[in-house]
Design a protein around this ligand. Structure first.
Ligand SMILES: [Zn+2]
Length: 191
């Protein structure tokens, strides 16, 4: 009757040790700042299913600044985002849910004070709604997966689309292309 717990006690640490020793020493990754936190269970860069949470639930899982813009349609101060003058190559994701939104090769210097892009990753990345607040006729852009407010789109952008997606940097989460490329190469190395 006592054999099983004894076995577990004796061998479990050994198995654990073997696993630890068989792994190559891992370098601590500091290149990529990930906005994911343990509280936010809906954050995923691969799950395409729609996210529907109440404002109260969002408030619990999002940092205060992200919640203010994403869920209360706030606007960050112009020229306050680290992504405004940022030219690293990679992909921008929704900071609330991880949905891929924009690629760095569609980013341009608009001079408007917010990160600007001329095209989303896919048509479904973004959803649109008329916004007549603040005495202006604008088109609001939201995340296609979780409907978080991102910013607005204007028709004074560069070719090929002529559009300017003016986006709050707070709701963007950037990943460098190098990491994604490396992962892709590793996955395809043997096939
Ligand atoms: Zn989202």
């Amino acid at each position: 009757m006592h054999i099983k717990p004894l076995f577990t006690l004796l061998f479990a640490p050994m198995i654990f040790c073997q696993c630890s020793f068989s792994q190559p020493p891992q370098k601590k990754s500091s290149a990529h700042m990930d906005n994911t936190n343990n509280k936010n269970k809906v954050y995923s860069r691969s799950d395409k299913s729609k996210v529907v949470l109440s404002d109260e639930e969002w408030k619990k899982v999002l940092p205060e600044d992200v919640y203010y813009i994403a869920r209360q349609k706030g606007t960050e101060r112009p020229w306050s985002s680290k992504y405004e003058k940022f030219s690293d190559v990679g992909t921008y994701y929704c900071a609330a849910c991880g949905n891929p939104l924009f690629r760095s090769d569609t980013k341009f210097e608009s001079g408007c004070g917010w990160p600007s892009f001329y095209e989303p990753v896919t048509k479904g990345s973004i959803i649109y709604a008329p916004d007549n607040t603040a005495g202006m006729e604008r088109t609001e852009v939201m995340c296609g997966r979780c409907k978080s407010h991102l910013g607005h789109v204007f028709e004074d952008g560069p070719p090929p689309t002529g559009l300017r997606y003016c986006i709050n940097g707070v709701v963007l989460d950037f990943e460098k292309a190098a990491a994604a490329d490396k992962k892709f190469k590793e996955e395809n190395k043997n096939g």
